[in-house]
Write a protein that binds this ligand. Structure first.
Ligand SMILES: *Cc1c(COP(=O)(O)O)cnc(C)c1O
Length: 470
């Protein structure tokens, strides 16, 4: 063994303890560190021929990189849909690395058993029927990709074809139909060779992002062939929901695979006020739900669910002889996109065990309440204009000024980022350059929202003359 490794084995306690100290220093400052930052490309160094030990690496990291960490896990980062990490989830995540299990065989390690337990918690949380099979993947993008791959296999079967064995060449393209899909649906179509330009867009209801059911039915009637319908349960701009119950009912009349992207909207189930939005989720042949967003576990963790485990086996079966019978351990090899798998269920298990349904309900409801309150402030202001009602945890608004371009919004948000007290990301909402505030962090309180609104107003006063092209 190399002497450096030998020494580090002896020093393990010190290494871990110094690491805890550094992590604690960061976590203790989450209230005040800037939530967003512009990080310049750093000069690249050559790989060291001789190392200097873990403690040296840690010290170097602490001096050179730690001071520039983006505080995106803090309470005033409102970009994209970004959760933080609850204390229990961080603890769980550390153990994942310490134990370094390969979670691929149900009976070879406790890791996949705990994954099964965690999936069971989630099935109860989301009210999913027993029949659903679920597993962890890296994110909602991969989960969407799994759902579309299963849907394509199902469509092939309707024609007596096995796409997983024969490929889907020389057959009609499989149609994917949706109203306001997340960009990752298009990306998944590209990865799967289905072609992002082939998406069939159905109209939304007026002033909504939710699908017009009448238009969908008309399409299904006309196309008269098995397709994949992607229903959106929580759009990123305005958290709008397709009517899952109504779409589900169409399955009795028309053949389609229903994939539901409930990446963060699925958590509506936690609140009495919002749970009706996900009613009908059990109609989904496949379902996507993210954990690293609104459950507040560290990246990366999402879940994919399907009612059709048999089809999942068709698509993901790994035929290597040494992997054996798919019903026997190591079984996950045959059902998931990965072969070797991180124990990424554990942080979710920790946070659900630690805080329960009630603890996570409180996070979701507080986030929605604060979003509503930000929406009210914006409505009452003269500087800003709300673009859609605040439905759950996202506020979509713009500057109340003629001629503001997307670049103008970007410049304004960069100035806010550089101010260092809050962070937002831009979007286009029905063609209008806009700002999104997505509130999905367990630490965000009403005081953070007041501060964020003050920053929005103050920075606008100093920047307003620079935001429109001369
Ligand atoms: C975030 C999001 C995705 C993509 O999720 P990743 O975890 O970033 O891969 C897909 N769909 C919806 C609705 C989302 O909000």
């Amino acid at each position: 063994m190399h002497p450096l490794l030998e020494n580090d084995k002896q020093d393990l306690r010190q290494i871990l303890s110094n690491t805890v100290t550094l992590a604690e220093e960061y976590l203790a400052q989450q209230e005040s560190l800037p939530p967003g930052r512009f990080i310049k490309d750093i000069p690249l160094e050559d790989i060291p021929e001789r190392g200097e030990s873990a403690l040296h690496a840690l010290e170097y990291f602490k001096q050179h990189y730690a001071p520039y960490i983006t505080n995106s896990a803090g309470p005033r980062y409102f970009g994209f849909v970004t959760g933080g990490s609850t204390p229990a989830a961080v603890a769980g995540d550390w153990l994942v690395s310490a134990y370094d299990q390969n979670a691929c065989g149900s009976n070879d390690s406790i890791a996949p058993q705990v994954e099964r337990q965690t999936i069971h918690f989630f099935k109860q949380l989301f009210g999913l029927d027993d029949i659903y099979f679920g597993s962890f993947v890296t994110g909602a993008t991969v989960s969407n990709q799994v759902g579309l791959a299963l849907g394509r296999q199902w469509v092939g079967e309707q024609y007596g074809k096995d796409f997983s064995a024969e490929g889907s060449y020389n057959v009609l393209p499989v149609k994917v139909v949706s109203a306001t899909p997340h960009s990752s649906i298009l990306k998944s179509m590209a990865i799967l060779g289905m072609g992002r330009n082939t998406l069939v867009k159905i109209d939304t209801l007026p002033d909504r992002e939710a699908i017009d059911i009448v238009a969908l039915e008309k399409y299904l009637q006309t196309v008269n062939e098995p397709v994949i319908v992607v229903a959106n349960a929580g759009t990123v701009n305005t958290v709008d929901f397709d009517d899952l119950e109504a779409i589900g009912k169409l399955k009795a009349k028309y053949p389609f695979w229903l994939h539901i992207d409930a990446a963060f909207g699925g958590f509506a189930v936690l609140s009495k006020k919002y749970t009706h939005l996900v009613q009908g989720i059990n109609h989904g042949d496949s379902i996507t739900i993210d954990a690293h967003k609104w459950l507040n576990v560290p990246y990366d963790a999402a879940m994919q669910f399907t009612r059709h485990k048999r089809i999942q086996l068709k698509v993901f079966q790994n035929s290597a002889a040494y992997l054996g019978d798919p019903e026997q351990s190591p079984d996950y090899f045959h059902y998931t996109p990965e072969n070797s798998r991180r124990w990424r269920a554990l942080p979710s298990w920790f946070t659900l065990k630690a805080y329960g349904r009630e603890g996570h309900r409180e996070i979701v409801e507080r986030n929605c309440d604060t979003a509503y309150s930000l929406g009210e402030k914006i409505k009452q202001s003269s500087e800003f204009r709300l673009l859609a009602p605040v439905r759950m945890n996202v506020v979509c608004f713009t500057l109340n000024q003629e001629g503001v371009t997307f670049d103008g919004i970007r410049a304004y948000l960069s100035a806010i980022r550089d101010d260092g007290r809050a962070f937002f990301t831009p979007t286009l909402y029905k063609g209008v350059p806009a700002i999104r505030a997505a509130i999905s962090n367990w630490q965000t309180t009403e005081a953070d929202i007041q501060l964020a609104f003050d920053v929005l107003t103050e920075v606008y006063q100093t920047q307003k003359h620079t935001l429109i092209p001369a």
